[in-house]
Ligand binder design. Structure first.
Ligand code: ADP
Length: 270
């Protein structure tokens, strides 16, 4: 993108001198463009389920004397309403954390609790595809942060692992100490992500395959949420993926107390 300047000229003293102020506005313009794109994207994403809902409502009115059709269309309305609900929930979560500010009241969070809560919420979806969810390796690990946000982030990663994997595969959720951090990974045996897209998947509404994402109920905001949650915690998220063989997402989060292993679980070293 081209560099842009705002130039202001002010008279200076009485000798015909002027003061020229040139302000680099490139960054401000870029931020504005991103915001405009975001609003346009949100409007577009909201229009789809709202449009479907009004169409279905009309159809139901026309089918009033066919109870079977009414039931079927009502089911589809429920499905669209649920999608709308997910989208609004994700938007609310994102607006709470994307300001780049640290989380308000952090505390010590046991990794096994976050992991089990996140896994619990994904179990039904995994079972429907006969995907085995394996979780472990959290013994004594604690991170510094907000438990609800961390569950949200991890749930999004597991949700994706399940959504972009074929039936009868495994998703492994694990954690390990890494210096002053804890690394939590989610590995799948799914479709993978082309290398050219790996940088962009954390952008809001970026999808490798939009049709597929919508079909799996994706809002396109999951990884943006994961990224902002990790940044708000002073951590980061990374992806490793190979098309056709699977993906691993790793959250690296500051350990509680500055060391990954708590007193009671650490072994004495000399
Ligand atoms: P979505 O709601 O579309 O899943 P996300 O922000 O969670 O939105 O993910 C963005 C895109 O990244 C997805 O549309 C998908 O193309 C890709 N993606 C995310 N996780 C995985 C994964 N585990 N395996 C393959 N592709 C993935």
């Amino acid at each position: 993108e081209a560099t842009s300047f705002a130039v202001r000229v002010a008279p200076l003293g009485s000798h015909g001198q002027v003061l020229v102020l040139a302000e680099d506005q490139t960054e401000r313009r870029r931020v504005e463009a991103v915001r405009r794109d975001f609003v346009a994207n949100v409007s577009h994403e909201l229009k789809t389920p709202v449009g479907a809902l009004s169409l279905l409502a009309e159809t139901i009115q026309d089918a009033a004397d066919d109870p079977e059709a009414v039931t079927r269309f009502a089911g589809r309305m429920q499905h669209e309403a649920a999608r709308l609900n997910y989208l609004v929930q994700d938007l609310i979560t994102l607006s709470r954390i994307q300001g780049g500010e640290p989380i308000p009241i952090p505390g010590p969070v046991p990794v096994d609790e976050v992991m089990h809560e996140a896994v619990d919420r994904c179990n039904t979806k995994a079972a429907a595809k006969d995907i085995t969810l394996v979780a472990g390796g959290t013994e004594g690990l604690r991170v510094w942060g907000d438990d609800e946000l961390l569950v949200t982030a991890l749930r999004n990663l597991i949700d994706n692992a399940v959504a972009y994997s074929p039936e009868h595969t495994r998703v492994v959720v694990s954690a390990r100490p890494a210096g002053e951090s804890v690394e939590i990974s989610v590995s799948d045996q799914g479709i993978g992500i082309p290398e050219s897209a790996q940088e962009r998947i954390f952008e809001r509404f970026f999808r490798v395959d939009a049709a597929r994402s919508r079909a799996t109920g994706g809002t396109g905001l999951g990884l943006a949420i994961v990224k902002h949650v990790s940044v708000a915690h002073g951590g980061e998220v990374a992806v490793w993926s190979k098309e056709g063989s699977g993906s691993t997402f790793t959250l690296r989060l500051p350990a509680f107390g500055g060391t990954a292993v708590t007193e009671s679980h650490s072994t004495t070293t000399t």
